[in-house]
Design a protein around this ligand. Structure first.
Ligand code: ZN
Length: 134
């Protein structure tokens, strides 16, 4: 591979290939493919459920002293994704990204990327959300 006269390999001080110089005509043919590869590499990773927020959630459940029972249902105000129980829904439409013992639960909607904040107060729960800019 190193002997094609169209390709010039640029090496570092140790002789390892660091980059390749290719003719413009060849680059023009390659560019669309390379751009696709770059897009794939820059796509944000799938958000997975982290253990930290779950531990905080368990703590909140343990010390739950609000005037109403906890409801595990979550609905996305932006795209209407909904679940009756975010913990046990096999399709996991929501990821718990933050929780605290004060009553705040923050969910990430997998369908549209909206952040949903459930604020539990003494007698009621308020929901706020932030939709990512397109
Ligand atoms: Zn959504």
């Amino acid at each position: 591979m190193l002997d094609n006269p169209l390709l010039q390999y640029v090496t570092d001080a140790k002789g390892n290939v660091a980059s390749v110089i290719i003719p413009w005509s060849l680059w023009e043919k390659m560019e669309p493919k390379v751009r696709k590869l770059l897009e794939v590499e820059s796509t944000p990773q799938e958000i997975t459920q982290a253990a930290g927020p779950l531990a905080s959630f368990d703590e909140l459940m343990q010390f739950w002293d609000f005037k109403y029972p906890y409801s595990p249902s979550v609905t996305c105000p932006h795209c209407s994704a909904t679940t009756a129980d975010w913990r046990n829904d096999p399709s996991q439409p929501f990821v718990l990204t933050n929780a605290n013992i004060g009553g705040l639960l923050v969910f990430y909607c997998r369908a549209c990327g909206t952040t949903i904040r459930q604020k539990h107060f003494h007698k009621h729960m308020a929901v706020e959300h932030t939709t990512p800019k397109a």
